[in-house]
Design a protein around this ligand. Structure first.
Ligand code: SF4
Ligand code: SF4
Ligand code: SF4
Length: 181
């Protein structure tokens, strides 16, 4: 099975390619195309995905589309937002994004105190995927092939050393056109 890093290389284009248009947003899981969020969500009156989320991490951005806020919680991939979305922007049929969010998480080697001799493993416990690898008690790094981008580690870091880059969801069949940018 292809690793997560390979998955995003084949499925997404990085933030820098669209920054001039509008900032990309981290989306709820179960999406298939960034263009669907933009075409369907602003006109969606119910915004049912927002109220469906027990973790309360789905918010509506200024452009009327849903995005995730990891400042308190993360995504449990519980299916509820996909079940609630009547426009099929989010759908359980989108298996490729049922376990991953469209973001790549990293730990800043400068900001993380465990990279400077301080014992801290605050990010390790919330990561149920064991995606944060420590060398003994130090030097944590995120294994991109294990990380689901759930976001639970973000709020636990006392020095805000964990951040993420966002990727636009797109079908593999559209990749060739967009990659020429
Ligand atoms: S319920 Fe579906 S269509 Fe409505 S805002 Fe949420 S994701 Fe978009
Ligand atoms: S899968 Fe569950 S926790 Fe994740 S955004 Fe959807 S409703 Fe919220
Ligand atoms: S390292 Fe990845 S999988 Fe682990 S808690 Fe952070 S975002 Fe979630």
């Amino acid at each position: 099975m292809a690793g997560r890093r390979d998955f995003f290389k084949s499925f997404a284009k990085p933030l820098r390619q669209t920054r001039e248009e509008s900032p990309l947003l981290v989306r709820p899981p179960y999406g298939s195309l960034e263009s669907l969020f933009q075409s369907e969500c602003p006109a969606c009156e119910s915004k049912a995905c927002v109220t469906s989320c027990d973790e309360k991490i789905i918010f509506i951005a200024d452009d009327g589309t849903p995005t995730l806020d990891f400042s308190k919680n993360g995504c449990t991939f519980c299916d509820d937002c996909a079940k609630a979305c009547e426009a099929d922007v989010l759908s359980l049929e989108n298996e490729e994004t049922s376990e991953y969010l469209n973001a790549i998480f990293t730990i800043s080697l400068n900001a993380c105190v465990a990279h400077h001799g301080v014992i801290c493993n605050a990010c390790k416990e919330p990561c149920i995927d064991n995606a944060i690898l420590f060398n003994g008690m130090f030097n944590p790094v995120i294994d991109a092939d294990k990380c689901t981008a759930c976001g639970f580690c973000i709020s636990r870091c006392p020095t805000q050393a964990i951040s993420f880059d966002v990727f636009a969801l797109q079908k593999a069949s559209e990749k060739t056109d967009n990659e020429t940018v």
